[in-house]
Ligand binder design. Structure first.
Ligand SMILES: CC[C@H](C(=O)O)C(=O)SCCNC(=O)CCNC(=O)[C@H](O)C(C)(C)COP(=O)(O)OP(=O)(O)OC[C@H]1O[C@@H](n2cnc3c(N)ncnc32)[C@H](O)[C@@H]1OP(=O)(O)O
Length: 250
């Protein structure tokens, strides 16, 4: 079974992580799919891009620990972290509206993936958190830098430094999610984008480029690279390997 699904519905490119059995953990195959989806999203007939997860239990549980735990040193971790951070930057700077429909639990890199999207809507009852700190690392795909741009200083720092999952109402309060929905994920995403999709692509592009220019002016790409470097160093420490082993041996 493919690790991802890419489909187009009325000008909306929909990317679904299709690894429900692993709570939609991001593997190298999923990264291949995201790179393909971002490239397809640039085509003229696409007005917006949506990212969601298969099933009812999880949006995305972050990096696939059963694969990435084999990365032992900072240099080994850097290669994976840099690849995924480049993907998040491409999503962040895509000159089209993007939405993460968080159909279930989102933790670690799953929150980082969602943070790269312009809008985030959450299924009622879901929980999400930047739990990387509990694994003795920081965010490492750019998510920490990105939410420092999008949330208030205090709310972004709270989410990163508490390293705990929050419920849907708390996420709304924090400004991490913009709406709570029930029912089907794709329908909810289409509904949230309903009025936006009525506008001409050129208008949407012009508006998104205002926000892209601001983020580039703020040095978003350099700051993400610094985040990747910091995470890679922590990744190579024994404290991180011990926490990952605890999860894998649970
Ligand atoms: C820079 C980003 C960074 C990186 O890795 O690069 C990160 O993303 S760090 C954070 C990595 N993610 C985690 O630590 C989350 C781990 N998963 C969980 O905490 C839970 O699975 C949860 C809360 C997402 C869902 O809990 P639930 O009880 O619903 O499910 P299970 O824990 O029983 O998991 C079911 C099944 O999926 C496997 N699984 C879940 N998450 C991952 C993952 N991230 N990587 C690999 N495999 C994962 C879990 O092992 C179970 O497999 P099974 O074979 O059935 O035992």
């Amino acid at each position: 079974m493919e690790s991802y699904i890419i489909e187009e519905q009325d000008g909306l490119l929909v990317f679904t992580i299709n690894r429900e059995e692993k709570r939609n953990a991001i593997s190298y195959d999923v990264m291949d799919g995201l790179e393909k989806a971002v490239s397809l999203a640039k085509e003229n007939e696409i007005k917006a891009m949506m990212i969601t997860g298969a099933g009812e239990s999880a949006f995305c549980s972050g990096g696939d620990l059963s694969v990435f735990h084999q990365l032992r040193t900072a240099d080994e971790a850097y290669v994976m972290l840099k690849r995924m951070s480049d993907i998040l930057i491409k999503i962040l700077l895509l000159p089209k509206p993007t939405i993460a429909v968080m159909n279930g639990t989102a933790v670690g890199g799953g929150c980082e993936l969602a943070s790269a999207c312009d809008f985030r809507i959450a299924k009622n009852g879901m929980r999400a958190g930047f739990i990387q700190g509990s694994l003795a690392i920081t965010t490492g795909w750019g998510g920490g830098t990105i939410i420092s741009e999008k949330l208030t200083h205090a709310d972004a720092m709270k989410m990163l430094m508490e390293a705990i999952p929050y419920n849907d109402e708390q996420l709304l309060q924090l400004g991490f999610v913009h709406s709570i929905y029930s029912g089907d994920a794709i329908t909810a995403g289409q509904s949230y984008l309903h009025n936006i999709m009525k506008l001409e692509s050129d208008v949407l592009k012009a508006y998104k480029e205002m926000f892209i220019k601001k983020m580039i002016h703020n040095g978003i790409e350099e700051r993400v690279n610094e985040e990747v470097n910091r995470c890679a160093i922590l990744w190579g420490e024994e404290a991180h390997h011990e926490q990952v082993a605890k999860f894998l041996n649970k």
